[in-house]
Design a protein around this ligand. Structure first.
Ligand code: HEM
Length: 401
């Protein structure tokens, strides 16, 4: 039994590797015309766009509802079909959106809208991804501002985009690869520590941070016969981030994220799965150990203090072992898995209303991750270790409003 499972895993890994090295223009080409032509959002009519460039582009091209109010099923399906995202991570992200920032089934990819209600009163509207600080949206994002630095933390800030863009020589063959993005994370984190008195790296949304940095090189790259494993160059990056104009004269237009013409996604036989994401995060953490420091500023800039990870996890992890092997990936996933229970204890979501099939799904994915990465067992955690961080406390209050 164990042997046949191992054989299956090896065969799937070989298929995935071979598929990532072959290119099929017909299957991988993504239409940007006809039903899928770009139509800019109509904000005065209530269309919603928010912090995620990929979801914004999917709505702009009609791969999911153009008004930006989506069910978790349609958004997961669109991410799988258009970007080659793995089913596991697509469903987890989409269900999280619906659970924390929507009504359990639907969510807004932007702000509040009367189309997503959590109760009978017109005032019971869900917050949407734009207002999801520390349950989804976090500090030190690639191109978005920290919440306590700018009011509108869901908008792109050109200064950060240009810093990212300038990380790569225009003609470099490798383009914007995963190392470029995680180096940018290191710089963005330092920038937050030096400018945001309330900077906080929240354990519950580390997976969203990992995705925010790995998804561009892994999922927005263009594929071709010459580069079947995909390359992300400047023009494609600009298009997905709603930036236009020549170097030195870049302009950002809110909500205008576009899938580029003649863009070819990764092969669906080699989807980017949760395990791929966790492996990328582990590799990045080994390369840049600072990015695994959990903690935050204590109310003043440049006052970064480590959280007591030992107390937080009842000894399952400590600051030193967090840097070893796959431990940081395990830690990030286990806190992601714990987030619904944590938010329920605080009364932010009513777990009884949550679809039980999701919980079964989350358990199955968790079992697979723990076994494959040989994770330490996290039986309990105590957020008292986070209470000294004003960024953590503020976000809880924000979420309560
Ligand atoms: C249902 C699936 C998805 C959901 C619910 C989702 C949600 C989010 C959220 C809440 C953020 C803000 C995170 C933060 O500020 O730290 C974000 C950022 C981001 N997402 Fe997504 N996302 C999804 C799928 C994708 C896909 C498929 C891609 C790539 C093709 C992607 C690319 C990005 C990028 C690059 C950012 C960072 C934006 C920036 O700060 O510059 N996302 N996403």
């Amino acid at each position: 039994m164990q042997c046949s499972r191992t054989v299956t895993i090896v065969i799937l890994a070989i298929i995935s590797r071979v598929s990532s090295l072959s290119f099929d223009a017909e299957r991988q080409g993504i239409s940007t015309s006809g039903d899928h032509k770009f139509i800019a959002p109509n904000f005065t009519n209530g269309d919603q766009r928010g912090p995620c460039p990929a979801l914004n582009s999917l709505s702009n091209h009609g791969y999911m509802s153009r008004n930006g109010v989506v069910s978790f099923r349609e958004s997961a399906a669109a991410c799988i079909r258009v970007f080659g995202l793995g089913e596991d991570i697509a469903n987890l992200l989409a269900i999280y959106g619906a659970l924390f920032d929507g009504n359990g089934t639907y969510y807004s990819i932007g702000g509040e809208t009367p189309l997503v209600k959590t109760g009978p009163s017109p005032f019971n509207t869900a917050k949407g991804l734009s207002n999801s600080h520390n349950n989804y949206e976090g500090d030190a994002s690639p191109t978005r501002c920290d919440l306590y630095l700018c009011e509108e933390a869901f908008l792109l800030r050109l200064e950060y985009f240009i810093a990212l863009y300038n990380r790569k020589a225009k003609n470099s063959d490798a383009g914007y690869d995963i190392n470029v993005f995680f180096d940018h994370y290191k710089a963005r984190r330092n920038n937050s520590i030096f400018t945001n008195p309330f900077y906080f790296s929240c354990p519950f949304n580390l997976i969203a941070t990992a995705g925010a940095y790995s998804f561009s090189p892994r999922l927005m790259a263009n594929h071709s016969a010459e580069h079947p494993d995909g390359r992300l160059y400047g023009e494609v990056l600009k298009s997905f981030f709603a930036v236009s104009g020549a170097e030195g004269d870049f302009k950002y237009k809110e909500g205008h994220e576009r899938i580029p013409d003649n863009w070819y996604r990764r092969s669906l036989l080699a989807p980017y799965t949760l395990l791929n994401l966790l492996e990328d995060f582990s590799t990045a953490a080994r390369r840049n150990p600072n990015i695994v420091a959990i903690g935050g500023n204590t109310g003043q800039i440049n006052s970064f203090t480590l959280a007591d990870v030992g107390n937080l996890t009842f000894g399952a992890y400590n600051t030193r072992n967090l840097r070893k092997g796959n431990n940081f990936a395990c830690f990030a996933f286990q806190f992601f898995q714990a987030a619904p229970n944590f938010l329920e204890t605080l009364g932010f979501i009513v777990f009884a209303l949550v679809d039980r099939t999701f919980l079964t799904f989350l358990d199955a994915v968790g079992f697979n991750v723990s076994r494959t990465l040989s994770c330490p067992t996290l039986e309990r955690y105590d957020v008292i270790a986070l209470k000294n961080f004003p960024g953590f406390n503020r976000s809880l209050n924000d979420n309560k409003q």
